[in-house]
Design a protein. Structure first.
Lengths: 325, 375
């Protein structure tokens, strides 16, 4: 497949481009999701963004079955990659994910009902920016622009830097969502082109961070601190995906506040109540969701923790219920 | 090597393998925690391999949970690691594994694995590894063998628990709805249901009509017998609504309102939802109260039954016979009265489901057990 190349010469692996977003930076925005992540958060709602390479997905509800189709049961699909359980009333195809690793984009295009798809494709900078530019009138009226998300957008530093610089050149506001578990050199390359940095404080204690995300948070916190100091003109917004039983407690929220409040360019701290929207996607990838039994936080808990944040930012002047000064 | 997922009495397979190998004058070693003992030897101060010498085997408890331990993931083609840059990644370490097996002087591998493990070991076999597999499945859903190691222990414990639930239901005058393992095949639900004389058994092979189930329960639950017992396999499905979808809906998906879009139309891997869904739906249609209970993962623990101890020893020794015969890339299969070595492709991508015209279904019908709809 020919790779689209533009003036920057940069291409990257893109999962999705989502227009009309309003929660990931100022105004109305277009979110560009890049593939590849350096963490394995057990609650991840975007499992299709974790692997760098484009990967196979299978939506059984679209499969019309062996009798009507059966295309994937023949070459060029790898032997044993797809099968039908004999003896049942249902002839919907199943995937042997261990033997389907060789399925590529060309093969997927041979699935008439579109049950097989590839998550992710290589795109060029101008190709993406042309898509982003379609909503330029919204950006002008709302102060919006481009948000790079993921996965971890800093893992494709040259591509991300070129995209964000290109966005600035076209007059768009820029934002990124990052967990910042990357070498500082990556951060340094991208952040000069970012107006708003949405960054995750997932857990406070290094050992617990490692347990739930795969790595310790020491480098992450060092990157955050250095970024606050190195890029004083960027706005930083801290975020915590709030998961009861893992990090939805006052101690974590107060620890994050203690970390960010000395830095005046950290303008807000947002809570992202855990949801289970990603559940179905794990099945599409043939994976198992490890956080199956966890529940979404109650409205009362979220309000309580939000009140602590509001107080720290001087927005209410009142302590949250039950919170000691 | 023992794959992911616990079943009772894994030591019996280890013993059978080691004893039979010893009789041939071979040296047997076990790999700790799946393939971790070879791929991450630094984690094991005493070494990632266990010498299965006669002294150790003589003192090994055949009821034990497994001297080799287990890893949550056993796939050398996708090994999760933290790299030098402190970033998590998945690596294909299959070549490294083959190198280390060779360096350790291991000529052939016996893998005690479930359905997915068969595919992984088949891939390793295609890369040159001499592999023989022992089928291990709580649900008895592995094709090409009549019985997998672990099933009988799970069945015995399930029957014991169903007896207790029936007593509880009797005392409380309610209808117990019990979910048991069985994602793709209903052997555990059906055989246990027959053993305890359940009123209803719902299995993945027979999409159920809950209105028909309720009607049947109204007949069976009477003033003189004011309780009932419904056994539901976790992968049980419902018949589609009259003008609904063409395919049955897994019960589990019906209780995942927060999953989005079409992706939620099929299985959400979460045990415990099928019993709740059925119990609630039936209670809405009946005068009696229902209560859900999930046996699910509990049946994986405990001691093996006599059958599984014997089967474990047999499968272990059978694997050594397969190696001695040079039958690599095979699975040891019990096809009464024979022990056979079947090529792995005969077991991969197939599920040993309950045949609707088979003996167990006929027996259930003779006993008045309703299977979710008229067959």
């Amino acid at each position: 497949m020919a790779r689209p190349v533009d003036a920057s010469g940069q291409t990257g692996i893109v999962l999705n481009i989502q227009r009309y977003c309003s929660h990931d930076g100022p105004g109305i925005r277009t979110n560009v999701f890049l593939k590849g992540c350096s963490l394995r958060c057990k609650w991840c709602g975007n499992p299709e963004s974790i692997a760098f390479k484009p990967e196979l997905s299978y939506q059984a509800s679209k499969c019309v079955g062996r009798k009507e189709c059966g295309a994937c049961l023949k070459p060029p699909f790898p032997e044993g990659a797809f099968y039908v359980v004999e003896g049942g009333e249902n002839d919907t195809v199943k995937v042997n994910w261990d033997l389907a690793t060789g399925v590529d984009e060309a093969m997927v295009s041979l699935c008439p009902p579109g049950a097989l798809e590839m998550f992710g494709k290589r795109m060029g900078v101008d190709e993406i920016l042309d898509e982003v530019e379609k909503d330029v009138s919204f950006y002008r009226s709302t102060g919006g622009g481009l948000t790079l998300s993921g996965g971890e957008c800093l893992l494709q530093p040259d591509f991300s830097a070129a995209l964000l610089k290109g966005a600035h050149d076209r007059g768009f506001n820029t934002a990124i969502e990052t967990a910042c578990n990357v070498p500082w050199a990556y951060v340094e390359k991208v952040l000069p082109h970012v107006d708003t940095v949405l960054h995750d404080h997932k857990l406070t204690i290094p050992e617990r961070h490692k347990k739930w995300t795969g790595v310790s948070n020491e480098r992450v916190l060092a990157n955050f601190k250095k970024a606050y100091e190195t890029f004083p003109n960027a706005d930083f917004i801290a975020r915590t995906p709030l998961i009861p039983g893992i990090n939805a407690d006052e101690e974590h929220i107060r620890a994050v506040l203690a970390f960010i409040r000395p830095h005046k360019n950290v303008i807000d701290y947002e809570l992202l109540p855990y949801h289970r929207f990603g559940l179905g996607k794990y099945e599409l990838l043939g994976e198992v969701y490890e956080l199956d039994d966890y529940k979404t936080p109650s409205a009362e808990l979220v309000a309580h923790l939000q009140a602590i944040i509001d107080e720290a930012f001087g927005r209410t002047g009142q302590a949250a219920p039950g919170v000691k000064p | 090597m023992v794959g992911a997922g616990h079943v009772p009495g894994l030591n019996a397979v280890v013993m059978g393998t080691a004893v039979a190998a010893g009789h041939l004058g071979w040296e047997a070693v076990g790999i700790r925690d799946g393939f971790d003992g070879l791929l991450s030897p630094e984690r094991y101060p005493d070494g990632g391999l266990v010498a299965l010498d006669p002294g150790l085997i003589a003192n090994l408890d055949p009821n034990g949970a497994g001297i080799l331990g287990q890893a949550p993931r056993v796939d050398p083609f996708h090994v999760r690691r933290v790299n030098a840059d402190e970033m998590v990644e998945e690596l294909d370490l299959s070549d490294l594994l083959l190198e280390r097996l060779k360096a350790a002087g291991i000529d052939a591998l016996v893998g005690v694995v479930g359905g997915r493990g068969l595919s992984i070991l088949y891939k390793l076999h295609k890369k040159g590894l001499n592999v023989v597999c022992v089928p291990r499945s709580i649900e008895n859903d592995i094709a090409a063998t009549s019985v997998s190691f672990g099933f009988n222990s799970a069945l015995s414990f399930t029957i014991e628990m169903l007896d207790r639930v029936r007593q509880a239901a009797q005392a409380a005058r309610k209808i117990g709805v019990v979910e048991v393992l069985g994602e793709q095949a209903g052997w555990l639900a059906l055989q246990a249901g027959i053993a305890v004389g359940a009123d209803v058994v719902l299995i993945p092979e027979v999409p159920a009509d809950l209105a028909a189930v309720a009607t049947r329960l109204k007949d069976k639950v009477t003033a003189r017998r004011p309780y009932g017992l419904v056994v539901v396999a976790e992968g049980a499905t419902l018949v589609p609504p009259a003008k609904g979808e063409a395919k049955p809906n897994p019960l589990k998906a019906s209780l995942s309102p927060l999953a989005t879009g079409e992706a939620s139309d099929h299985v959400i891997r979460r045990s415990g939802q099928a019993a709740a869904a059925v119990a609630e739906a039936l209670q809405l249609q009946l005068a009696e109260e229902t209560f859900p209970l999930v046996l699910g993962p509990w049946v994986r623990g405990g001691a093996p039954t006599a059958v599984d101890r014997q089967l474990g020893m047999t499968y272990g020794a059978g694997a050594v016979r397969a190696i001695n015969a040079g039958s690599y890339g095979t699975m040891v299969a019990f096809v009464p009265p024979d022990l056979r070595f079947v090529p792995l492709p005969e077991a991969i991508n197939k599920v040993r489901t309950v045949p609707l015209d088979g003996g167990f279904v006929q027996i259930a019908r003779s006993l008045g057990i309703f299977l979710g709809r008229e067959l």
